[in-house]
Write a protein that binds this ligand. Structure first.
Ligand code: ADE
Length: 224
């Protein structure tokens, strides 16, 4: 999968993809993340990519031409399944959206700044808008990193244990059960006996029941 990202702060997108699972996904050739600096398409030598808003009001708006030129240049060499705009007024990101996006071949993500991008770019080019939550970040980069991470770990071959993403929280409209590792007793708290029983069926049933209880208690809204 190829994910191209248009940003005014490419540096912000280096570290999130340089470690752990995202690094492995790229080293294995399963994921390619390429960042593109919007200022390379600025209209003047000052690198201008934003301007005052029509109608007045505080805050700058990202201009049409640099974004349109950047998108059209990238489209010459890559066909995108979706052109995504990261914005707090978009539909809220969830595991189901991550699952769907992980099945696409090529994505282009636009990171907004300031008051956002000119509405005409949204009308002309954007096929999907995504918010990562009901709060406003200073730019779309960290939101894009969240989305790429959630997608990247779902790509076949990225996780070592192929099945483990299946048991993540949210995959079955359930939260994941509690997990334990050694020691069997810590500060007086014991690992539940059933996990030491060696009976895979009992363990599976216990985990499922724990998932249901946890979801009822913490996130009844996601229970089907
Ligand atoms: N840009 C600024 N805030 C955002 C959010 N909550 N989600 C996606 N993009 C954003």
């Amino acid at each position: 999968m190829i994910i191209d990202i248009i940003t005014v702060s490419p540096d912000l997108l280096v570290s999130p993809f340089s470690h752990s699972i995202m690094k492995r996904a790229q080293d294995k050739g399963l994921l390619t993340v390429r960042t593109h600096n919007l200022r390379d398409w600025a209209l003047n030598k000052y690198g201008q990519i934003d301007d005052y808003q029509y109608g007045g009001g505080a805050g700058m708006v990202m201009m049409c031409e640099p974004l349109a030129n950047a998108i059209e240049r990238l489209q010459q060499t890559t066909t995108y399944d979706d052109i995504i705009y990261m914005t707090p007024d978009g539909p809220r990101f969830n595991q189901q959206m991550a699952n769907q996006l992980s099945m696409k071949a090529n994505l282009l993500i636009i990171c907004g700044h300031y008051k956002g991008i000119d509405q005409r770019i949204r009308d002309l080019y954007i096929t999907k808008e995504i918010s990562i939550g009901d709060y406003v970040l200073s730019g779309g980069e960290l939101a894009a990193a969240v989305v790429v991470d959630a997608i990247g770990r779902l790509l076949p071959g990225v996780l070592n244990d192929e099945t483990s993403a299946l048991f993540d929280s949210f995959q079955d409209h359930l939260l994941a059960p509690p997990v334990y590792t050694r020691p069997a007793e810590f500060k007086g708290l014991k690992v539940p006996d059933i996990l030491l029983s060696g009976d895979p069926k009992k363990v599976e049933d216990w985990r499922h029941e724990q998932s249901i209880q946890r979801t009822k208690a913490r996130r009844p809204d996601i229970l089907e």
